[in-house]
Design a binder for this molecule. Structure first.
Ligand code: NDP
Length: 330
């Protein structure tokens, strides 16, 4: 079967040459093991950090070993009592077409609620990130003004919709006019700002947020965030979810000093990693599934066909190739 490994570590923006496809022979299935066929593979921004040889909140990918990530797969053969042939499961699994794995960490998926690929997006890690980060740190109140960066992506589209469900006014920042149109028409954003074509972001935010910004859900960092931060209200909350604009930087520049804003406006700015909120997963997943079932939350995916396209899809996240969750279908 085919597997995709990390061939070399990138310096700056990753390239296709950092990956390699290998053909391997799988061993016999042992007692307790399951043979899976990958159906949908998730590519996520956090994977860029794991390409560096640096300890972070998860260990780096190993050279010449398969990349691993969120995968939805079908059970082809099972020597486990827990999963049977034909079951659809998800887990943190290697980038292989066929995968042998133990039961641990695998979860059966309920395809009655939603398409299986949703478990990598709105009903999976990105959905939980949006829900937990926005409600636990953002603490939204009806009538407040919310700004979301990376607003047309997997996490951003969910944050925007939850903000609307909570009765907030929502302004999204994204990289193309097409994305802004989708955000407004499909996800209910009140306004959108194209950060690539807007010369003065500070002015654009002032115009769209005449009452200031109460919550800034930050997915991107850099200059986009600098502009939002200078428009925060008294007691504003800033869940710092991601900083994708900096992930490929060799050196991170010093931005404006934020502490004076935090002090004078009594702002709460808090970074978070969703995996540290395990105790909220069950309840949060239930709420998200309910909203999806009731049609209160919509999902958009960019699905790229072909296992071999995994590296290309991952690199595409840094070029804004996706609207909603970026997924590879085998
Ligand atoms: P997205 O689906 O949002 O995909 C990435 C998007 O980022 C692209 O489509 C692109 O959209 C935008 N982007 C890429 N480069 C830049 C740049 N230089 N400046 C501004 N925008 C850029 O990814 P996710 O929803 O999966 O993740 C969003 C963020 O949330 C990431 O920063 C990620 O690391 C973080 N995250 C954090 C988690 C946590 O636990 N804290 C968990 C999950 C994700 P555009 O066309 O608008 O530029």
């Amino acid at each position: 079967t085919k597997q995709i490994v990390l061939a070399s570590r990138p310096s700056g923006t990753p390239e296709l040459s950092n990956f390699n496809t290998k053909e391997i022979t799988l061993p016999e299935l042992k007692e307790g093991e399951i043979l899976l066929k990958g159906l949908f593979y998730s590519v996520d921004p956090y994977m860029r950090g794991k390409m560096n040889d640096k300890k972070s909140y998860t260990p780096p990918f190993k050279l010449d070993e398969p990349i691993d990530g969120g995968v939805v797969a079908e059970v082809v053969e099972s020597k486990s009592g827990k999963f049977g042939k034909g079951d659809v499961v998800m887990g943190q699994l290697p980038w292989q077409e066929l995968i042998i794995t133990a039961e641990k960490g695998l979860k059966k998926i309920d395809a009655n609620i939603a398409p299986a690929s949703y478990y990598l997006g709105i009903l999976g890690m990105p959905g939980l990130t949006a829900y937990i980060g926005f409600t636990e740190i953002g603490k939204p109140k009806a009538g407040e003004t919310v700004v979301v960066s990376g607003a047309a992506g997997a996490v951003g589209t969910v944050v925007g919709q939850i903000a609307k469900l909570k009765g907030c006014k929502v302004i999204g920042i994204a990289g193309t006019d097409e994305k802004i149109a989708v955000m407004k028409e499909k996800f209910g954003y009140d306004e959108g700002i194209n950060y690539k074509s807007t010369k003065d972001m500070n002015k654009a935010i002032q115009e769209h947020c005449p009452d200031g910004v109460d919550i800034y859900f930050d997915n991107v960092g850099g200059e986009v965030s600098d502009a939002v931060m200078s428009n925060l209200n008294f007691h504003a909350r800033v869940p710092v979810c991601g900083q994708i604009s900096l992930y490929n930087s060799k050196e991170v520049e010093t931005g404006p000093r934020l502490q004076p804003i935090l002090v004078t406006k009594s702002v709460l700015m808090q970074g978070f990693i969703v995996s540290n909120y395990q105790s909220l997963f069950e309840e949060s997943s239930k709420q998200m599934a309910e909203w999806v079932k009731e049609g209160k939350l919509q999902s958009t995916e960019t699905i790229i066909e072909g296992f071999d396209k995994l590296p290309e899809a991952l690199l595409g996240l840094f070029k804004g190739d996706n609207t909603g969750k970026m997924i590879v279908k085998a």
